[in-house]
Design a protein around this ligand. Structure first.
Ligand code: ATP
Ligand code: MG
Length: 358
């Protein structure tokens, strides 16, 4: 009888160990001093560190700036009262962050209370539905503005034509007025054309993405008045891609110009290329894509326009028309790609993903 009980105990232990190793949920165990004493493989993957690196490291060194703080965990150890926090953004390094739902509960090992942390990563599903939602919003905002622009464009042509005819009947002094009408009508036509966005389908050819970026580099270097620290960090192994060189150039230029307007001469802009694998673009899984990043170390996107950044006519600058990013978005969409942005003070990264067809 005793023998059988021992067997079952061992069996249970074996299953529990195997189970912990195969859980999709990341699990961390913290000891009494809130240092890591166990991380299952899912936690190792999430934190991009092995157990041997995590072991003995204080909880506070791994998770900075979260709502799960030392005092709450100490209270948990003392009272055993578990809690769950959702939507916690955990930032490890410049580029690595994730959003998770964390459940903290108390467990005993050798009669000593420990903290059990379970992480449910919610980034991917949240990101996907947010992306689809934002895309729909963006399309309706763009269509509304396009419709409006179209309505303005026709009478504007008539107005300009009439002013031209009128000017023939007038003396030189009076012609100044009609010249002003024509000049302002031209300015408005220009704006309306930008509101209507790119009206030609892309001319797709095989292109080396770096020669497209080098064009942008040259345009910026020659035309910019202020001195710009523009760096390049290219992955030379990227194969040629199918794209319209002019359109990609225009999209990158719009993004780089924004960065230039946001920074001063002490800051840097980096053009970076990489290969990215298994990315979702408009709800589809893309095996291989080219990732073009435009990174600056300026002040970041103003908080009040972050959610509507890509909408037409959204600007954080007093003299901005708010069309640059909306146009860039249209151009990238025409290539079945994706444009998105991560920004915080000190680091703003705009990413263009273009699918690689093999
Ligand atoms: N790298 C960046 N750093 C900080 N803010 C940025 C950056 N890129 C864009 N922005 C913000 O996003 C806003 C929208 O940019 P967008 O290019 O669409 O319009 P705009 O630059 O204001 O006007 P336009 O490009 O039509 O002349 C900008 O006004 C700026 O506030
Ligand atoms: Mg702009």
């Amino acid at each position: 009888m005793l023998h059988q009980r021992k067997d079952i105990q061992q069996l249970k232990l074996r299953y529990q160990q195997t189970l912990a190793n195969h859980l999709v949920t990341a699990v961390l165990i913290l000891d009494e001093s809130l240092a890591v004493c166990y991380a299952n493989p899912a936690a190792e993957a999430l934190l991009i560190k092995s157990l041997s690196k995590l072991y003995g490291v204080s909880f506070e060194l791994i998770f900075t700036d979260t709502t799960i703080c030392k005092s709450r965990l100490e209270q948990l150890l003392a009272t055993g009262q578990e809690f769950t926090d959702s939507d916690i953004v955990i930032q490890f390094s410049e580029s690595h962050q994730f959003t998770a739902e964390i459940t903290a509960s108390a467990v005993e090992f050798n009669r000593i209370p420990h903290v059990l942390l379970e992480f449910k990563q919610i980034d991917q599903q949240k990101q996907l539905s947010l992306e689809v939602f934002q895309q729909k919003q963006w399309i309706s905002a763009r269509d509304l503005i396009k419709g409006l622009a179209h309505e303005i464009k026709n009478p504007l042509g008539g107005l300009r034509g009439a002013a031209q005819l009128l000017s023939k009947e007038l003396n030189a002094e009076q012609q100044e007025y009609t010249a002003m009408i024509i000049e302002q009508a031209d300015r408005l036509t220009n704006l309306v054309d930008r509101l209507l966005g790119p009206n030609q389908l892309p001319q797709i050819h095989s292109q080396n993405i770096h020669s497209v970026l080098e064009k942008v580099y040259q345009v910026i270097s020659y035309s910019s008045e202020q001195k710009i620290n523009l760096k390049r960090d290219y992955d030379p192994s990227i194969p040629v891609i199918e794209c319209d060189q002019e359109k990609i150039q225009q999209a990158v230029l719009n993004i780089v110009n924004n960065a230039i307007q946001a920074i001063d001469k002490h800051h840097n802009i980096t053009l970076r290329t990489r290969i990215a694998s298994n990315k979702t673009i408009n709800g589809k899984l893309i095996k291989l894509a080219v990732k073009i990043s435009i990174i600056d170390d300026g002040p970041g996107i103003p908080a009040k326009i972050k959610d509507t950044l890509f909408y037409p006519m959204v600007s954080g600058r007093s003299n901005g028309t708010g069309l640059g990013l909306s146009i860039a978005q249209t151009l990238i969409n025409q290539h079945h790609g994706k444009l998105y942005c991560h920004s915080r003070p000190g680091r703003t990264e705009f990413v263009i993903l273009l699918p690689l067809t093999q």
